[in-house]
Ligand binder design. Structure first.
Ligand SMILES: [Zn+2]
Length: 207
């Protein structure tokens, strides 16, 4: 699997004319008429990105709310790049929200840049992620370059460190409850054991 998107989405001629007809400013992105086009983009990019968020590299969920089409250059600042396919990548809602409309450019631009040099952050179409960020234990982000460091700051990737810590704490808690229940079963009367076993099953299923 490549470290960046090799093939941007290619608009069909119908999609190009739809955009010509229906798009004038970045808020048009939310028009219902573009729903199918957005679905096609998501489908294409999921494959290109190995179903991972372009910023944190966590697996993207399959529900529509678990994946967002991210505008690398914010569409509110550069309306004209709203449907520019090189400007689109999939991200998790967390990274998309944290990145918001923060500036990602090194200098002012007129046309869409053809390389990653113009960008402060890792560009999903141009830059090889592992050259800029090393991820330890799926949650600790280590910058290997200034681009890596800017990406960590702009998307607040350190937030995932906390999530991982919480998960560990949660798991440890669950483990100790399970150990306690198991001990209870060992020492309880046969008629009580069934109830404890039910409780363990319930906790394992996380009900
Ligand atoms: Zn993410």
């Amino acid at each position: 699997m490549s470290d960046y998107i090799n093939n941007a989405y290619q608009l069909t001629s119908q999609e190009t004319s739809l955009i010509k007809k229906e798009f004038s400013t970045h808020t048009d992105w939310n028009k219902k008429i573009f729903d199918q086009l957005k679905k096609n983009i998501v489908l294409h990019l999921r494959k290109e990105q190995d179903n991972k968020c372009c910023y944190c590299k966590h697996e993207l969920g399959f529900d529509i709310k678990d994946v967002e089409i991210e505008h690398i250059v914010p569409k509110s600042t550069f309306s004209k790049f709203t449907f520019c396919c090189k400007n689109l990548a999939l991200s998790c809602p967390g990274c998309n929200t944290k990145k918001g409309t923060k500036n990602v450019l090194n200098k002012p631009i007129k046309n869409y840049p053809r390389s990653g040099n113009a960008f402060k952050i890792i560009h999903a179409h141009y830059d090889s992620y592992p050259q800029h960020i090393q991820i330890d234990n799926k949650s600790v982000y280590i910058a290997l370059s200034s681009k890596g460091s800017e990406t960590i700051t702009i998307c607040e990737l350190f937030r995932l460190n906390k999530v991982e810590d919480n998960m560990k704490k949660f798991n440890a808690e669950q483990q100790s409850i399970l150990a306690w229940l198991t001990e209870e079963i060992r020492t309880s009367k046969p008629e009580e054991q069934a109830a404890f076993i039910r409780e363990i099953k319930r906790r394992i299923r996380n009900e």
